[in-house]
Design a protein around this ligand. Structure first.
Ligand SMILES: *Cc1c(COP(=O)(O)O)cnc(C)c1O
Length: 367
């Protein structure tokens, strides 16, 4: 708890990972399982990586209860690469796809996909940030190859409180900042993509969960490293994978299992974000959250201070740094403060942040 060795990290990504896992990785770094070699020096076709690759797939399958007719892939190119990969793999069937644009990342995904086919927005470009339009206002194209949404908008701080209904059209979701933070019915999805560096590992690996019947439709232009069908066939070792990232991710996922799995992560997430939202509600508008209450993210909590007083916010960040609370600055596109509360951020970390917020208000708030 705020010890000399470890800072409080509220970063949005790359983000805090469980210290226990970092220590384990450090212990094994120079000599992986007494081999005298580091894991990062080992062949991706050797028995050590083969085991890690298979174990990582198994633990993803176990934690999320992924049905047998879904493949689990590990790819590179980040979340942004996945925006293009989704379109190149899945849009070819009808040449058109539906996108729900609810913030920065889904907007980028829609722009990227438009290079490969017709992108339709399920409702006119949303004007009010901090909201998600009710599904009754969406218009779905029955001819769409898929319907796309971003489950949790990391920059904007909005999270879907439901899984969209698509009348049988494959549903695709970017879960980069919410995967492994709640239980999910995978059978409702055609495809899920998630960059690891927000919640489950280091940067460098993207987890793709895809229903088997959607494979085999990639466009001719699709590079083989982005081709879900190839990657599935080659068990995610089509070329050299990000071996170290997959290894650390596997360790993080085991840590989640050891700590009670997704049910526990989900309960902790509610409790942690609840503390922050409550502090704001009780602050007499000194702290304000610009997000509609029903879609407030459990993972990324943006807020403003003193009605958006930039000097006060800068002071808040400086004083937080002195207390070793790091990476609280809001995304450059929205400003203000953002606290990210991924699985490795503890309830005690959040309590310390709340204590600081209350003290800061007592000192700098209106008297
Ligand atoms: C961070 C993030 C991305 C982009 O990931 P990169 O790996 O930086 O390309 C995409 N979607 C969401 C929801 C994210 O949080």
């Amino acid at each position: 708890m705020g010890s000399a060795q470890s800072a409080l990290n509220f970063g949005a990504g790359p983000a805090k990972l469980p210290r226990e896992v970092l220590e384990e990785v450090q212990r094994d770094f120079l000599s992986y399982q007494d081999s005298g070699m580091s894991f990062i020096e080992m062949s991706h076709r050797g028995k050590e990586y083969t085991k890690v690759n298979n174990d990582a797939q198994s633990i993803v399958r176990e934690l999320l209860n992924v049905p047998a007719n879904y493949k689990i892939l590990f790819m590179q190119g980040g979340g942004t690469g996945a925006f293009a990969a989704v379109a190149m793999n899945l849009m070819g069937r009808t040449g058109t796809a539906d996108y729900a644009v609810t913030g920065t990342w889904s907007s980028k995904a829609a722009k990227e996909a438009a290079k490969y086919g017709e992108v339709r927005l399920v409702y006119p470009q949303h004007k009010k940030s901090g909201s998600i339009q009710d599904q009754s206002t969406w218009t779905l194209n029955p001819n769409a190859s898929y319907v796309y949404y971003c489950d949790n908008e990391t920059v904007d701080g909005v999270e879907f409180p439901y899984i969209p209904e698509t009348n049988g059209i494959p549903l695709v979701s970017d879960m980069s900042s919410s995967i492994m933070t709640k239980k999910l019915d995978i059978s409702k999805f055609g495809c899920i993509v998630a960059g690891a560096q927000k919640n489950i590992g280091p940067a460098g690996v993207v987890v793709v969960i895809i229903r088997e019947d959607l494979l085999g439709n990639s466009m001719k232009c699709c590079p083989s490293v982005f081709d879900f069908t190839y990657i599935a066939k080659e068990n995610s070792v089509h070329n050299t994978p990000a071996t170290f990232s997959v290894y650390v991710m596997e360790r993080v996922l085991q840590w989640i299992k050891k700590n009670g799995g997704l049910e526990v992560m989900e309960n902790q997430a509610r409790e942690k974000c609840g503390l922050l939202y409550k502090t704001m509600a009780e602050s007499k508008k000194f702290y304000t959250c610009p997000i509609d209450e029903n879609v407030r993210s459990r993972m990324n909590v943006p807020f403003r201070i003193g009605g958006g007083d930039e000097k006060l916010e800068e002071l808040f960040l400086q004083e937080a740094e002195k207390l070793r609370m790091h990476q609280l600055k809001g995304h450059r596109s929205v400003g203000g403060i953002r606290a990210s509360l991924y699985n490795a951020v503890t309830l005690d970390d959040v309590k310390l942040l709340v204590k600081f917020m209350i003290e800061f208000q007592a000192t700098h708030g209106p008297k």
